[in-house]
Design a protein around this ligand. Structure first.
Ligand code: ATP
Length: 368
């Protein structure tokens, strides 16, 4: 199972620009969490802080018992071995085909034979639906394929924590749903702790076990998905419905006068944009039939039962309903019941730093 990531009192600035402050949250081990927030609120900065690419000036980030803001560089090196990261554009090497891109961490950081490398690479390419595209260069494929290739590369070293930066950016709604399904399937398959940064509402409504939101330098909330999805917070409601009416403006700050002006326009009949009154909770996506059962589902039920009394009433009743839901996985066509003997073989003894970032490797290439 993936490890817990516990963040407390985290504050990050660049010079005099405060990005966010006093962020406290815990990513439950093996569960999928999404961090939402309008553009520019520092979601990517948060992801980069978790892997030690950026250094917040205050607070702690405890990963597997180690505070990565206090530990030695040797310890940070060890902790980084737990991570697989998918950056927004896949951060692929433009001169290498997809096979070599995905094989790169294995060749660079392990002593595996080429036949072992091949077996792992092909299984990961299959998991992300890219079998047959091994010989393509990043510049010859779509943005969605590049993302999936980046995801395959993030998985080859068997990560316990997977960070995904805007898996939906540049993708149409259908491809976004496919990548959402892939992320759920990966969680079912390897039971890793997953944090997805996004501003995609469909993804946020259907994929995660937990949701948080950054706004105006604060973590507005973080908790079981039902808390945010039933929230009455104006900023959350506005974000979920994508309208102009509410505290979120084109730039970060929006003052009372502008809010009143926009409300007056809407009262006079102007369309506020977005989809009105999307309320409540839609069912969470499940692993594809035939995949292993997603163990996070059972663990999360036990966990939320224990914190239920601390949550708002609307979230409590939504959670109580979900506790009664049948978690039995849908059997694959032609199969009976749950399949736990996956054909994907994940090797546990690789020793590497699975972080390939623009910071470390220069600008990603292969953009169209
Ligand atoms: N290395 C850096 N040096 C200085 N400022 C930075 C650095 N990285 C990010 N920032 C600033 O931090 C702020 C937050 O950026 P970030 O990319 O984390 O936002 P985001 O929420 O991920 O946005 P989006 O949803 O548009 O991707 C921005 O104002 C950005 O300019």
């Amino acid at each position: 199972m993936g490890v817990e990531v516990s963040v407390e009192g985290l504050t990050k600035s660049f010079g005099s620009q405060r990005i966010w402050q006093d962020v406290t949250l815990t990513l439950p081990p093996g569960e999928v969490s999404v961090l939402l927030g309008p553009s520019g609120t520092g979601k990517s900065v948060f992801l980069k802080s978790l892997i030690g690419l950026l250094r917040p000036e205050q607070g702690s980030i405890i990963i597997d018992g180690t505070d990565i803001l206090q530990c030695s560089s040797r310890e940070l090196y060890e902790i980084r071995k737990l991570f697989g990261v998918l950056f927004q554009d896949g951060a692929l090497f433009g001169s290498m085909n997809l096979y070599d891109n995905v094989a790169f961490p294995l060749r660079e950081h392990t002593k595996k034979s080429e036949s072992e490398v091949r077996q792992i690479v092909m299984s990961k390419l299959e998991l992300v639906g890219l079998l047959g595209a091994e010989d393509k260069l990043p510049g010859e494929i779509s943005g969605g394929m590049r993302k999936r290739a980046g995801l395959a590369r993030a998985l080859v070293l068997d990560p316990e924590i997977i960070l995904v930066d805007e898996p939906d950016s540049g993708l149409d709604p259908v491809r976004t749903t496919y990548i959402s399904q892939t992320l759920i399937d990966i969680n079912a398959e390897i039971d890793a702790t997953i944090l997805i940064v996004s501003h995609n509402i469909n993804l946020a409504r259907t994929v995660p076990d937990n949701i948080g939101m950054l706004f105006r330098r604060q973590l507005v909330m973080f908790g079981p998905r039902e808390v945010l999805l039933t929230s009455d917070e104006p900023v959350v409601k506005q974000f979920l419905n994508g309208t102009m009416i509410g505290p979120i403006g084109m730039s970060e700050e929006k003052d009372e006068a502008q809010m009143a002006h926009e409300q007056a326009l809407v009262d006079a009949g102007h369309h506020a944009g977005g989809v009105e009154d999307v309320e409540g909770i839609v069912p969470q996506m499940k692993a594809t039939p035939g995949m292993p059962f997603r163990q996070a589902v059972t663990r999360r039920k036990d966990r939320v039962r224990q914190i239920l009394h601390t949550l708002p009433a609307a979230a409590q009743s939504a959670i109580l309903e979900s506790l009664d839901e049948d978690d039995t996985p849908t059997p694959a066509p032609g199969q009976q019941g749950n399949s736990s003997d996956s054909h994907h073989d994940f090797d546990a003894d690789t020793q590497v730093i699975p972080v390939y970032s623009p910071e470390q490797h220069g600008q990603p290439q292969g953009q169209k």
